[in-house]
Every structure is written in C-alpha cells, then in structure tokens.
Design a protein around this ligand. Structure first.
Ligand code: UDP
Length: 328
C-alpha cells in the first residue's frame, strides 16, 4: 500500500485529496495546523484504518515515523483576505514549510508535488498565461506575501530536483471551487453564495470587469493525480480555461440561487489581477488532462453543499467585514 503525506489536509483541496488517495488504495497521513483548515472536512475519514492525522505546523521541523512514498504540500492560507490577516504565516509556510517538506522528501526518498498558483503570474501581461511566462508580481504589495512565497517555493523545489535529485512536481493551480470551501474565507464564490443565502446584496469589487476562470474541484484533483504520476518535473497549469468577468459571475450566482438581492459595488482591492485564464496546452500534452465539469454543473453541486451548512456557520462573522481588509 503506497503511503502519502498530505499537508493542508483539513483544507478545501487537502481534504478532497485525502478522499481521492484513500479511494485509490493509499495509506494517507494528513497534516494541518488548523489555522485555516477545519477538521469537519476530515471527520468522515477518522474511522478509516488507512487514515491518520497530525495537528502540526509544517513551518516547523516535520517528523513522520515510517516510510513515505509521496508528499503533497498543500498547506497554505489561500484566500487574499487570509493572507492579509496572517501575512507572516503565509510567507513561512510557502518558504520554510516547503523547505521542510522537501527535506522530508529527500530523507524518505519520496516523490513530492507542491501546490503553486496562478498568482505567480501576478497581474499578468500575457493572456492566456502559459508556464513560460515569468509574471508581473508586486513583491511589496498585499498579495506579495503569498505570490513571493509561492515563487520561492517553485525555486526551492527546482533546486532540490536539480541538486539533490529529488523527484519533484509543481502544479500551478488557477481559481478552483467546490464543496468544503470555507464559506467566509472572502473568496468570490463563497462570498456570493453566502450573501445570497443570507439575503444580502452581492458585493462586486470594482466594476466587475476583471476576469477569472473557475475550475471544479474534482477536475483539479484528477489533474493533481495525473501530474503526481507523470514524469514531468516542470510547472504545469491546471485550471479551466472558461473565462468570465466577475460581474457575469455574480449574475450567474443570482440566477442559480434565485435571490432577489441586487449587486452592489465595493472598492477593488489593491493589485487585484485584471484578467486570468490558464493556457492548458501542457496539461493536455503531458497528462492527457482537461476539465470535464462545466461551470453550470459544478456551481449547482457547490450550491447544494452550501445549502446544507448549519446556521451558525452561515452567520459566522469571520471575514465578513471585507472593507477593513481592502487597501486602496
Ligand atoms: N471579488 C468580488 N467580491 C467579493 C470577493 C471577491 O468582486 O465579495 C472579486 C475579487 O476582487 C477578484 C475576484 O472576485 O477580482 C476573485 O477573487 P478571489 O478572492 O476569489 O480570488 P483571486 O482570484 O483574486 O485570488
């Protein structure tokens, strides 16, 4: 039975990865410090003999007894509001946390896949974004703590590959959505759905002409699974190229939820990328991967999951006062 360590296991993506690898017959060791993760995402796995969990911050030395065949490093705050609230931890987990994971991979002779991001492209001057594009990142802006940590992560990972011969994989993840996103993490999809469920107006930042391309979580997990098992050590974009403006997205959520609320505009956060769309030529060629779930279908599944959330989660105040985090 192959054994895999998943950092960030209690998060949105981490918990879906735990599910997938258990289903594939792996022994899964989950790790999370629960700053942004939530054990409710893993509750259903604790009875499984092949699953274990460590409450640990990977920015500190990681000790995992026994053999490891694979490591997935997914621990990190992932929403702009999270990394504005906890900027130093964000920098540390992308840099020190990655270093510790790579050191562990070397010690265990394990293959490691690290979660990078479309944020390495910053506010991109090239559209759609190919892996060859080096990006347009403001290192001292509010997003710099995440973007630069992830850029450092990629450099560190390539160095371990080149100089230590560690088997490494790098995925650049574009906007992803699905069940288990934290309702109040400030990201656009949970923000809009939460507002619709609470009967509040939908807050579009700026004029809403900025674009994103949203990928359903099951498609992303399939891409990660394929990349891990491929022999391709360079960064690969995984995302759904179906690009829309945030204003159109708000209109889709209004239609989906049937809310009678309206759209209100709020100031655009500093350094908010104006457009984002993955070029997935490499994923198609190297992994035979492409997204299968259309937005209408994925949004329906996600909305149904959010409708099941208890009232206390729906009305939790965390991050709901967005404006205090918006820097002009
Ligand atoms: N956004 C918005 N209203 C919200 C939350 C986000 O209009 O309540 C916008 C945000 O300014 C950005 C886009 O939605 O242009 C996606 O934001 P998100 O935080 O989900 O992720 P990002 O892609 O910016 O990292």
């Amino acid at each position: 039975m192959p054994r895999i360590l998943i950092t960030g296991a209690a998060g949105f993506l981490g918990s879906h990865l735990c599910d997938r690898f258990l289903k594939e017959g792996y022994e899964v060791v989950g790790m999370d410090n629960l700053i942004t993760g939530d054990l409710r995402n893993l509750e259903h796995l604790f009875p499984e003999a092949a699953f274990s969990f460590y409450n640990h911050d990977v920015s500190n030395f990681i000790h995992v007894p026994g053999a490891l065949d694979y490591i997935l490093h997914f621990a990190s705050p992932a929403s702009p509001i999270d990394y504005l609230k906890i900027p130093i931890q964000t920098l540390k987990v992308g840099s020190l946390g990655t270093h510790n994971c790579l050191g562990l991979a070397k010690a265990k002779n394990a293959r490691i896949l690290v979660a990078s991001t479309s944020e390495v492209y910053g506010d991109p001057m090239v559209h759609p974004q190919t892996e060859e594009y080096w990006g347009n990142v403001n290192p001292v802006g509010p997003r710099g703590v995440y973007d630069e940590a992830k850029r450092f992560q990629e450099a560190m990972t390539m160095a371990y590959h080149t100089y230590h011969g560690v088997e490494t994989r790098i995925i650049r993840i574009f906007n992803t959505y699905g069940p288990r996103m934290r309702l109040n993490d400030g990201r656009v999809l949970p923000a809009f759905i939460g507002q619709a469920l609470r009967g509040e107006d939908l807050t579009v930042f700026g004029d809403g002409s900025q674009t994103r391309s949203f990928c359903f979580v099951d498609d992303l997990v399939e891409g990660i699974y394929r990349l891990l098992h491929s022999d391709y050590p360079y960064p690969v974009n995984i995302g759904n190229p179906d690009e829309i403006t945030i204003l159109q997205f708000a209109e889709e959520i209004i239609k989906l939820t049937g809310t009678t609320q309206k759209i209100v505009h709020k100031p655009l956060p500093k350094d908010d990328p104006t457009q984002r769309q993955p070029d997935i030529t490499k994923a198609r060629a190297e992994l035979g991967w492409e997204p299968k779930v259309a937005r209408a279908e994925g949004l329906k599944i996600t909305y149904e999951a959010f409708q099941q959330l208890p009232r206390e989660v729906l009305y939790k105040q965390e991050h709901r006062d967005f404006e205090q985090f918006v820097r002009k």
